[in-house]
Design a protein around this ligand. Sequence first.
Ligand SMILES: C[S@@+](CC[C@H](N)C(=O)[O-])C[C@H]1O[C@@H](n2cnc3c(N)ncnc32)[C@H](O)[C@@H]1O
Length: 227
Amino acid sequence: MFEEKPLSMQNRVKTLASEAQAQNQPYAWFEPLYAQANGNADQVPWAKSAAHPYLQAWLSEHPQPAAHSKALVIGCGLGNDAEALQAHGYQVTGFDVSPTAIAWCQQRFPNSAVDYQVADLFHLDPSWNQAFDLVYECRNIQALPLNLRPQVVGAIAPLVAQTGQLLVVTRIRPDEQECEGPPWPLSPLELAEFEAYGLVETDRATFVEGETVTVQQARILYQYAQG
Ligand SMILES: C[S@@+](CC[C@H](N)C(=O)[O-])C[C@H]1O[C@@H](n2cnc3c(N)ncnc32)[C@H](O)[C@@H]1O
């Protein structure tokens, strides 16, 4: 599941991310990365040929949602996870800040029922507030620097409908552990920030992966506390 990428690719990503951060545009590097990949998914470090295995496992353990249930896929990348959720029965919107990524999704899945949109997590349409029965966040928070964490959590949490769920797939680290990203794994204190929005962790699966480098990952489900 965890596939260690060649050092050259890891270094390229770190260089692109730190250049973007130095210009105070911490997510400006995604679009050039997708554009430079020029249609070759091997050049996109996080690309997988199928939906993320932790999402696939979660879907296989859950029945189809009620008719017309809506799912939102944050930072949908090349679209595999959005397609898996749509196939499971959700009406899916997938968005990404990268126009090349979104055009790539549309090209890969020309007959898809997923609504793919170019959008910036930090400037979403207010009509999306509390509009989704399932909000799916996979590996995007960890791709953004630590100083943005409160804003990222504050942008994601309000998207979840009052009776909805938030599913997060992420690398995790202990609170005291420093990290040099990307990726910047999430710590318990950072994850707890979702609770400030009324979301409560109701399920967690943890995974340890990797051979030369050990990576701790988690799939966490949040729901609003029922009053
Ligand atoms: C590490 S990739 C993960 C992609 C996908 N979620 C996955 O797991 O394969 C991070 C994604 O977030 C997108 N992204 C970064 N900043 C964003 C923002 N502000 N709004 C929307 N998408 C963003 C990037 O373009 C990229 O596709």
